[in-house]
Ligand binder design. Structure first.
Ligand code: SAH
Length: 204
């Protein structure tokens, strides 16, 4: 997976490549998906949601430019896989999921894989986690209909927000750096994520 899907494309951050090699992805999918765990694809998890494609997880992590000491927020816990990769890359990881059953299962899987220091929250991640803000980085693993201003405001100066923005059918990964003049935007790759549902997301 690391050699062909990540290094073989355009992932160059060695810390990200090591983190992707370290996290046992098969422990974050159900029994039926286990043999496909390292496929170059998103896979179904419960609640009609998906565990993101390995390449997109790596791409989001790389865009955050983490060096190890950061506090990060992961919006859309899903399986917990991206949160585990972030835990390899940063000091403190908070993750938030709107579907309680998914959050509970992710919490169990994170603990089983040794990532018990990831803080799993249940709620509307479009509102962020004001009580734990500000963050050095925020990763959103679901498609937002527009730029998520509330999340941006929970970044530290020079903090980075990575979020897929577009319609439910297709998006572009946007990277926003917090700066005094307002968000400095970098347009990244086209992508397709499940919808972000919430106050600053899509309607249910
Ligand atoms: N990072 C996950 C990807 C899960 S898919 C992984 O590695 O497995 C995106 C997840 O975002 C889904 O589980 C979905 O329920 C969740 N989600 C959608 N809208 C949300 C919101 N407003 N707040 C928190 N989670 C949300």
């Amino acid at each position: 997976m690391v050699e062909t899907q990540l290094r073989g494309r355009d992932i160059v951050d060695e810390r990200v490549l090591s983190a992707m090699a370290a996290v046992p992805r098969e422990q974050f999918v159900g029994e039926r998906e286990r043999r496909r765990a390292y496929d170059d694809a998103a896979l179904p998890i419960s609640g009609g949601q998906t565990i993101s494609q390995p390449y997109m997880v790596a791409r989001i992590c790389e865009a955050l430019r983490l060096t190890g000491g950061e506090r990060v927020l992961d919006v859309g816990t899903g399986s917990g896989y991206q949160a585990a990769v972030l835990a390899e890359l940063a000091a403190e990881v908070y993750t938030i999921e709107r579907i309680p059953e998914l959050a509970e299962l992710a919490r169990e899987r994170l603990v089983a894989a040794g990532y018990d220091r990831v803080h799993v929250h249940i709620g509307d991640g479009t509102l962020g986690l004001p009580e734990h803000a500000p963050f050095d980085g925020i990763a959103v693993a679901a498609a937002a209909p527009g730029f998520p201003q509330t999340l941006y405001e929970q970044l530290k100066p020079r903090g980075r927000l990575v979020v897929p923005v577009g319609s439910a059918r297709g998006q572009r990964l946007e990277v926003a750096v917090r700066s005094p003049e307002g968000p400095a935007l970098i347009h990244s790759v086209p992508c397709r994520f499940v919808p972000l549902v919430g106050a600053e997301g899509f309607d249910q």
